[in-house]
Ligand binder design. Sequence first.
Ligand code: TRP
Length: 334
Amino acid sequence: MSSKICLTGIKPTGMPHLGNYMGAIKPAIETANKGEFKGYYFIADYHSLITIHNGDQLRSDIREVAAAWLASGLDPKKVVLYKQSDIPEILELNWIINCFTAKGLMNRAHAYKAAVQTNTENGKDEDQGVNLGLFTYPILMAADILHINSDIVPVGEDQLQHIEIARDIASSFNHAYKKDFFKLPKAIVAEGENKLLPGLDGRKMSKSYNNHIPLLLPEKKLQKTINKIVTDSTGPEEPKDPNNSLIFDMYKFFSSNEEQEAFAKRFREGIGWGHAKAELFNVVNREVAPIRAEYDKLLADPGYIDTVLKDGADAVREVSSRQLAEIKKLIGVS
Ligand code: TRP
């Protein structure tokens, strides 16, 4: 097994949707199963605390997202799965690297800038509703990455700036102590733009557009949600262009080449939208049915999830406590 570290953080914000699954969960699990890297995947619960101020909700969001990843095939024997808040070393490092982070770097971070801009546009004080967790979000994220000296970090495109910031912080630290102590982490963007699963209205699938399909719906609800896909008024017998159809675009994600050819032929011959949606449902359901079954089993036994996370925390702390001890020597507090 390679000693290069591949790390990624998962924000617990409730049930993942099919776009998260196809674009992030599935590829991350495939990467882990290849065994080229030592995988460390964690639930970024302290990042969620920035917005979720309700204990019961955060607790169940954490369990749900852990169950969704495990049910999707994450093997805790191959990947260390842990919870950020179980690793005190991350928070110690968080403070240390605060002292190597220019405030101006945070002023320029997209998420903070967007919050300020929204406030300004609405005629509010620019910092209204902005807590310091949001402001320093990128520093905690850098600590997540650096506490075990990660080599690669698979992320979505929206996170690229955060990885750049982590590299900046690592360089400032290295520069101060004239030592290549931290590796400069590399972002890996798993999916090209055109590989992103579209949502029900054809835009990128996103909870904020409310065009998403939750990963784990009971069959009937999944069917109903798929029926909401926006279609035009072409009559059932009229020939249709598969290359200009949202249903076909989504179908491609869940089917083999032969299935796609057969489906395309039916489009050209004329297929009613209702039938096309039923076919799409069949292939989506084929993919998610085993995940749904496993997910329900896992949530019925939260003790198992807790054990996986606890074992993961023990394993990662072995690495991070050694690293932190070296850092403390280097900076002169021990
Ligand atoms: N900010 C990431 C997101 O919203 C989650 C995250 C937190 C993360 N810490 C990380 C991702 C460290 C990669 C590495 O998706």
